[in-house]
Design a binder for this molecule. Structure first.
Ligand code: G3P
Ligand code: CA
Length: 266
């Protein structure tokens, strides 16, 4: 490629599908990962929690109620916490019908199932450790799963475009995970105060804030501290354009096809 194209490719904004392509398929299911891969996402963001019997599962809420039929299938088990159900119970749930009847029977995936499908599609993974305070030791569980799947640990690109990136709103959890998986880029979710950016730059690889909380000068400060910025959750063209012009490295969207379009235009 000519230098301009090469430069452009290096600067390319990463297109991350939020919970899979969650505008078009039930969030955090294998179907949502398939759609994301089909419509142009480069990476997929998923939320990871742990079942009662220690299996890593992909789901956003800390309860099963909103996105599955748990209340119908297991009445009387309120408050329906993910951590109170075994994997075999979770696997009996329908995680698709709430979104649309064509997705009836979609399951809550295990992390392993999501890894296998993403590897098949050759898409990157942005793994959010969700509510780790509820799951002591989950960082080691995730690391063990990754070490069982060495494909995910091969070095594969600049920070935000690495095959695997791990992030959490819980900064202590990010730090614990980074200590175990030193070569995997890790991101802090949520805006870090400007005065603290340099401090985080000493060990973190990314700051991943809500797009409404940042501007171009903020992005420059994060870059100057040696980190990248991947921002969430942008679904409208004008907000995507604004973020690209701010200089962010990646954008997380429920509509990765729209984002791919905007990235190509910019
Ligand atoms: O990856 C960013 C975004 O997923 C964080 O918010 O609530 O969708 O997990 P949430
Ligand atoms: Ca998330």
């Amino acid at each position: 490629p000519d230098p301009y194209t090469r430069e452009k490719a290096q600067r390319a904004v990463l297109d991350v599908a939020h919970r899979g392509a969650s505008a078009y398929a039930p969030e955090n299911t294998l179907a949502a990962i398939d759609v994301a891969a089909d419509i142009g996402a480069t990476a997929v963001e998923i939320d990871v929690q742990r079942s009662k019997d220690g299996h890593l599962v992909v789901i956003h809420d800390t309860t099963l109620s909103r996105t599955t039929d748990v209340e119908k299938r297991f009445p009387g088990r309120a408050p329906y916490n993910v951590r109170d159900f075994t994997l075999s119970e979770i696997k009996q749930l329908d995680a698709g019908s709430w979104f649309g009847s064509e997705y009836a029977g979609a399951e809550v995936p295990t992390l392993q199932e999501a890894l296998d499908l993403l590897a098949y599609h050759r898409r990157n993974l942005l793994l959010e450790i969700k509510s780790p305070v509820l799951y002591p030791g989950i960082e080691s569980d995730i690391a063990r799963t990754m070490r069982d799947n060495p494909y995910w640990l091969l070095p594969s690109g600049r920070k935000s475009a690495n095959r695997l990136v791990i992030q959490s709103f819980d900064r202590d959890s990010v730090k614990r995970s980074k200590k175990i998986l030193k070569h995997v880029p890790h991101g802090i979710l949520g805006r870090v105060d400007e005065d603290d950016i340099d401090r985080y730059g000493s060990w973190a690889d990314m700051i991943n804030p809500n797009h409404t909380t940042i501007n171009a000068s903020y992005v420059r400060k994060v870059h100057a501290a040696g980190m990248h910025v991947v921002t969430y959750t942008l679904n409208e063209r004008d907000e995507m354009r604004r973020a690209i012009r701010m200089g962010v490295d990646g954008i997380i969207s429920d509509r990765p096809d729209v984002l791919a379009d905007v990235i190509a235009e910019e």
